[in-house]
Design a protein around this ligand. Structure first.
Ligand SMILES: C[S@@+](CC[C@H](N)C(=O)[O-])C[C@H]1O[C@@H](n2cnc3c(N)ncnc32)[C@H](O)[C@@H]1O
Length: 293
């Protein structure tokens, strides 16, 4: 059972001057986040909810979570801000690097053939956070020289990067990262696809131009009009319950072209009817049945 959380991490009654998040407040927060983003907020997250939302209370000059939640329930802008504040955006370049190794060894050649044959090539980083995932993919795609990248430059190749959070989408669009953040990028890619910008590093336009970053709730309407070759949706479904995950996998499986690939996070699994057409072909990597050509 969840305990009331206060600024001092104490139970109800011990810090009367502080705003406190009781079970009823938490249930209201969980209901809103579940409805808006299908995020299943567990009671173990009460401290996180408290600290992230305390900031929003202060910004609005409110004294209790009850007042804040009444505001959230009546104001769509604050509702979106609350959901955004409760997302976990942890990511890094070349996270779960076996996925990128697999992409280069088993997928890239086929994408190059398709692009050279005049087919569109489409990749999606779904739940992209601040963009490290999608630019890792771009670098794998482009290789370590401009000439290696020519198939993509000359072809119809596009990557979509989407997230619920406007803040991280803006960061993905900007594509400027700190020195510590770019450390996991192999040196040969760094030299080719990053340039120094003050103390930071920017993804060069020749790489960035393949990426469209936009806000998208995965449970809303999707903008794509054609099938996708590759979908990365990693460390996103862990926040959803089984019903939401199964709905999402069914949509991914429809969006993928036959022979297309889905990469998911290390602690995630495929469930529901969509999983029937996705065959495991590596650690947390799945390929849609069909010829692929
Ligand atoms: C932990 S990050 C994962 C980032 C990246 N895919 C990776 O593996 O490094 C999870 C992302 O999913 C996003 N997210 C959560 N619920 C979402 C939803 N319903 N629609 C779209 N994005 C969502 C969050 O905003 C967050 O940026």
């Amino acid at each position: 059972m969840m305990q009331t959380v206060s600024a001092l991490g104490q139970s109800a009654g011990l810090a009367p001057a502080e705003a406190r998040l009781d079970q009823r407040d938490f249930a209201r927060v969980a209901a809103i986040v579940g409805r808006e983003a299908r995020i299943a907020l567990q009671p173990t997250k009460a401290t996180l909810v408290f600290s992230r939302l305390s900031r929003r209370l202060r910004e609005h000059g409110l004294e209790s979570f009850g007042q804040y939640l009444s505001l959230v329930e009546s104001d769509a802008v604050e509702r979106a801000a609350m959901v955004e504040a409760l997302t976990t955006n942890h990511t890094h370049f070349f996270r779960e690097d076996h996925h990128f190794d697999h992409f280069k060894a088993a997928v890239l050649g086929e994408l190059q053939d398709r692009a050279r044959a005049g087919h569109p090539v489409r990749l999606w980083s779904a739940g992209c956070s601040s963009g490290e995932e999608v630019y890792s993919l771009v670098m794998c795609m482009l290789g370590t020289s401009r000439s290696e990248a020519r198939w993509a430059t000359d072809g119809d190749v596009k990557l979509l990067a989407t997230d619920l959070s406007a803040r991280v989408v803006a960061a993905a669009r900007k594509a400027v990262y700190s020195e510590a953040t770019v450390k996991p990028i192999p040196e040969a890619y760094r030299r080719q696809w990053l340039r120094e910008e003050g103390n930071d590093f920017a993804v060069v336009d020749d790489a960035r131009r393949f990426v469209t970053a936009r806000e998208l709730n995965l449970f809303g309407e999707w903008p794509m009009r054609q099938q996708y070759d590759v979908i990365f949706c990693r460390n996103v479904m862990i926040y959803f319950d089984d019903t939401a995950t199964s709905e999402l996998i069914a949509r991914f499986s429809r969006l993928l072209r036959p022979g297309g690939y889905l990469y998911i996070g290390h602690s995630e699994r495929l469930i529901g009817p969509g999983a029937d057409v996705l065959k495991n072909c590596g650690q947390t990597i799945y390929r849609k049945e069909g010829s692929g050509q």
